[in-house]
Design a protein around this ligand. Structure first.
Ligand SMILES: [Zn+2]
Length: 352
């Protein structure tokens, strides 16, 4: 998590929409400044030349850079969201804050149309804001040291549901197979303190449970002193080259004689399944990593106060520079990737 003195303050412990509604503009503005520039306690820095000598254009809540040693002619004009992923939203800061709090509170996610109604914006605006958040969560997920201790690894397949034709004569003979390629979500979860469940979760979208991908993702993220727990699938066998590995043979039992299990990996898939069925309905494979990582983030933050989650989400969006992958998304195309017809249908299941 991005730490700053602000996130630990009383304001972040618990937050509600009525509370935010009562904040004056100055409080909202200061909150954004503190989240964007945590190192200087909210004092702005020119995003172009990093200079701190600024002229404050109060009426527009903007600053103009007076230049610095490296770039004496910098006259860059910027706001608290300029150059970040929130730059092009055009929403009032208070509305953004309320939207992010709603997203922070939605343990199983929320649909873009629900968000649209709650904050009174167009569907496109709600959709883009949510997808920018998902992208920022994905891009900033490697902000912690590699996993150690007990690490559970498991994969689950997305099985597209095949609609059965009404008339028997229209139904294809033989084994019905979806045209969608097989898709597997690999989850890597570090166990937390005893009785507390997993403390960190990473997810990857792969074709099938295969030794190459599994070894690559596990070795990139897990300390070699860690103990890997997986099921008996042969694709996990190669992990024994670099790790101690405990196998829970699911064809015999789900909890081994020493209590070893992959329950935390399984509980991730249960969460994912609920969010997918409840909110997303359909998704093209291209966006699955965003959804899987959103569930991972929510799982890892499950014991964190909601205000702190909202501020953490905002910090991640405000510290992303350059254009987000969803900037101008709707002007390029009207195709909604979350409901693309070629995607995974809502009634897909997750098989272990
Ligand atoms: Zn400057």
């Amino acid at each position: 998590m991005h730490e700053s003195h602000f996130l630990l303050s009383a304001k972040a412990r618990s937050l509600s929409l009525p509370q935010i509604a009562e904040w004056d503009e100055e409080t909202v503005f200061k909150t954004f400044c503190e989240l964007r520039w945590p190192k200087t306690d909210g004092v702005p820095i020119c995003p172009k030349c990093k200079g701190a000598d600024l002229y404050h254009i109060k009426a527009r809540q903007q600053w103009r850079c007076k230049g610095c040693e490296e770039d004496p002619d910098c006259r860059h004009t910027f706001s608290v969201t300029s150059g970040t992923w929130l730059h092009s939203t055009n929403l009032p800061l208070k509305t953004i804050l309320m939207a992010i709090l709603l997203l922070a509170d939605a343990a199983k996610g929320i649909s873009a149309s629900q968000l649209m109604r709650h904050i009174g914006v167009q569907y496109k605006t709600a959709f883009t804001l949510y997808h920018k958040l998902r992208s920022a969560l994905l891009k900033t997920r490697y902000d912690k040291p590699s996993m150690k201790g007990e690490v559970q690894v498991d994969g689950a397949y997305l099985n597209p549901y095949i609609r059965v034709a009404n008339k028997a004569e229209d139904r294809p003979a033989g084994n019905r197979k979806s045209s969608m390629e097989e898709t597997c979500i690999l989850v890597i979860r570090q166990a937390g303190k005893k009785g507390e469940g997993a403390s960190r979760t990473l997810t990857y979208v792969i074709d099938t449970e295969n030794a190459n991908d599994i070894r690559h993702h596990v070795e990139s993220n897990v300390n070699s002193n860690a103990t890997i727990i997986s099921d008996e699938h042969q694709a996990y066998g190669d992990l024994e080259v670099n790790f101690e590995r405990i196998v829970v043979n699911h064809s015999i039992c789900y909890v081994g004689p020493e209590g070893e299990n992959t329950n935390q990996a399984e509980s991730f898939f249960a969460r994912f399944r609920r969010m997918f069925k409840g909110q997303i309905h359909k998704a093209s494979r291209e966006y699955l990593d965003l959804y899987a990582n959103e569930v991972a983030y929510r799982e890892d933050m499950r014991s964190t106060p909601n205000g702190q989650i909202a501020f953490d989400m905002l910090t991640r969006m405000l510290t992303m520079e350059n254009d987000s992958p969803f900037r101008g998304y709707w002007s390029r195309s009207n195709r909604n990737p979350a409901v693309a017809s070629s995607g995974v249908p809502s009634s897909m299941g997750l098989a272990a």
